[in-house]
Structure formats: C-alpha cells, structure tokens
Design a protein around this ligand. Structure first.
Ligand SMILES: Nc1nc2c(ncn2[C@@H]2O[C@H](COP(=O)(O)OP(=O)(O)O)[C@@H](O)[C@H]2O)c(=O)[nH]1
Ligand SMILES: [Mg+2]
Length: 380
C-alpha cells in the first residue's frame, strides 16, 4: 500500500461512524423497489452509521434474493427471510429486535415514505427530548396525496380520534407506518406488543409505560413506486381486534375469538338455509341440511379469509379454490369430532344441551387448529 492509499484508507476509517440507526423495511413483493431504496438511504444518511434490515415474508418475486445480492457487496444491507409467516406488525417487531443499533426506524419499502426525514427524526430522539419520532401525512406541511382513495383518508381520520382515546396522545396520523425510537425502548415492551394487524406504532404507544413523548414530522406521502399495495385498512376492525387483544387476548387468543365469532354467524346462516329449503321449498330435511352445510362452510371460509386472516389473506381464483377445499376438509374433521364427542357425552347422561355444546366447542377448536395451519398457515 503506497502512502496515498494508506491515507485514503485511514480517512475512510475515521469517517466510518459506528452503527447508530437501523432502518427496518418489511417487504412483500417489493423486488424492484429495493435497490433504489438503498440508494435513497445512502443519500439521506451518508456512507456509514446505519444499516437497513429487510424483513421479507418469503416473497415470490425474489425480494429477499435481491436484498442479499446487494448485501454481498454492501454489509449495511441485511435480510431476514421469514418462512410460513405473514404480517406487517410482526415483521417490524422482528426486524427491530434483530439489530445492534441503538436506534431503530420502521418504514415502507415502496418509496411512499421519504428517507430524507430520518436524520431529523433521529436527532430529536437522540437528544432525549422525545421518545418517538414519526412522520405524519396530516401534520401541517404534510400531504396524503399518495393515499389511494378518499375512503382511506376518512378511515385515517377516524382512527386518529380513536387513537387519542387509546394512547392519551394527540396524533395527527395514528396509522403512520414510519417512525423511529430507541431500540432499547422497543425491546423493553416487545413482549407486550400484539404483532397482529398493521398498527404497530399505535401498539407501541398504547403499551408504553410511562407514556412516550412524541414528535411529529410532516410527510409528503408519495405514490408507491413499483409493485402494488398489499394492505387493505379495515380501520375499525383493526381497532376492535387491537383493543380485544390488549384486554382479553391472553385468555382467549384474538384470532380464535374472531374464528369463533365467524363460526357463530355460520350457524345462523346454516339455520336460515335449512329453513329456506326445508320449510319454504319443501326439500327433504337431509338435502336441506346438506346444502346448508356447504353454504355455511363457504360463508365461513369467505368471512374468515376476510376478517380472521386478513393479514394473510388468500387471493386469486386458484388460491381461493384450494383454500376453500381445504377449509371444508378441515371442517369435516371437526364435524366428526363433534358428532363423536357429543354422542358419547349424551350416552353417559350429560344433558343433551351440554353434550351438544361441548361438541361444538371441541369442533371449533379442531377447525381452528387445522385451518390456521393448513388453509392459511405454514402448510398451506
Ligand atoms: N414482511 C411483510 N411486509 C409486508 C406485509 N404486508 C405489507 N408489507 C410491506 O409493508 C409495506 C407497506 O405495505 P403496502 O402494501 O405498501 O401498504 P399501503 O402503503 O398501506 O398500501 C410495504 O413495504 C410492503 O411490502 C407482510 O405481510 N409482511
Ligand atoms: Mg405502500
């Protein structure tokens, strides 16, 4: 190494800052957005002192491979590839727990969030003046033009008013997915976060004890660069699920409660269809029950896909068809268990009402266990 090279190497070393900030970017089919995002991060944050953690839920388009390709020559770029897992909130939590950086930020990988805000956000948290900095589309100077519909804007405003009650903090954009805080703070409350739904920042604010001091930064919410949106924001449902999860989720898990509620509605559908075909259309009872069973299972499959598993929804004709078949198979296992158990209980002198009810509960646990694994889960 001649003198010149040595001097340059030395200068580079001196300039290299220790790791300070990790940017966590949950991804689902964002391949084309990765390389441009890395460039923008570098522009905003300089050559060192940061790393980007892409948390990819095994995207079919090769997002994880793309991030790895860049990571081979750029050690600031890291990948967590999750197999058989879905969900924005849990991806963000895992990413934030997977870094040595003292500060963590979460942002979307689709270029709707502007990385240029990161340094200012970091500065206010680092100074100790605030605990959490976030980018708001509705703060003075921000804009929500990138929001795809009026309905979503309305939903966001409704969410803010609910969030105020939940967190006791005035937020102009409670649904923001772009925020920064001390990693230590996040880790200290990670086991209290639900990981369900999309409102991870809100969850952090609601579970923090004592309350966090929050600083807003106006965000010009851009249009998504490449690819398409994966989320639909059922704001109200997210809130109800979130609230339930906080108060009762430890006793009866949120997803099972949703599944059970859907099942209850399915019973109503079943009864209505039996009534229609047996009483009104004069079909034989057996046929009426058979038709009602198929209708109710289809209804339950559809509603569970929409509500219970909305963060890992099946889509496309093929996905829906095979999902439906598997759901029906899962339910028939539950139905067999139901008939078996309730018959035995009735035979050993249980009141018929209790016997039937216990049969239903056992069947729904079975159905839930099987379908969460084979219809929407890991082995789908
Ligand atoms: N890891 C992971 N990332 C997700 C999931 N759903 C969405 N994302 C990512 O979260 C960010 C926001 O999602 P997007 O579809 O743009 O939502 P929108 O901006 O509200 O339309 C993007 O970077 C997505 O790739 C998921 O289930 N898992
Ligand atoms: Mg987006």
């Amino acid at each position: 190494m001649d003198m010149n090279h040595a001097a340059i190497a030395h200068a580079a070393e001196a300039a290299a800052k220790p790791l300070e900030l990790a940017i966590v970017l949950p991804t689902l089919n964002e391949k084309a957005n990765i390389a441009p995002m890395v460039m923008r991060l570098e522009q905003a944050l300089g050559p060192s002192g940061w790393e980007a953690v892409f948390v990819d839920d095994n995207s079919k388009d090769g997002t994880a491979e793309e991030a790895r390709r860049i990571g081979q020559t750029d050690p600031r770029i890291r990948v967590i590839q999750r197999i058989g897992r879905r969900g924005l909130a849990s991806a963000a939590i895992e990413g934030m727990c997977a870094t040595a950086a003292p500060y963590v930020a979460v942002m979307d990988a689709d270029h709707q969030h502007d990385p240029a805000l990161l340094l200012d956000m970091l500065a206010v948290v680092k100074s100790g003046e605030y605990d959490l900095a976030y980018a708001s589309r509705f703060a003075e100077g921000g804009s929500a033009e990138g929001l795809s519909s009026k309905g979503r804007e309305k939903g966001s405003q409704f969410a803010n008013s609910l969030a105020r009650k939940l967190t006791g903090t005035e937020l102009s954009d409670a649904m923001s997915g772009f925020f920064l805080l001390r990693a230590e703070q996040l880790r200290s409350q990670a086991d209290r976060l639900s990981g369900i739904g999309f409102k991870i920042m809100l969850d952090i604010l609601a579970t923090a004890e004592p309350k966090l001091r929050v600083k807003e930064f106006p965000l010009k919410f851009a249009q998504r660069a490449a690819g398409e949106s994966k989320l639909d924001h059922g704001v109200v449902l997210d809130f109800i699920a979130g609230l339930y999860d906080r108060w009762l989720g430890r006793v009866i898990p949120t997803r099972f409660a949703l599944f059970g509620t859907v099942g209850g509605l399915g019973v109503l559908v079943h009864m209505a269809v039996v009534g229609l075909f047996f009483r009104l259309l004069d079909l034989s009872f057996t046929w009426a029950v058979a038709i009602a069973t198929v209708v109710a299972m289809t209804f339950n499959f559809w509603l569970n896909n929409l509500l219970t598993y909305r963060d890992q929804k099946l889509a496309g004709a093929e996905g829906m068809f095979f999902g439906w078949i598997k759901f029906c198979l899962a339910c028939s296992v539950g139905a067999l268990a139901n008939v078996g158990v309730s018959s035995v209980l009735e035979a050993i002198q249980f009141h018929w009402y209790a016997a039937a009810l216990i049969g239903v509960i056992i069947a729904s646990v079975w159905n839930y266990a099987l379908s969460s694994r084979f219809v929407w889960g890991r082995f789908k």
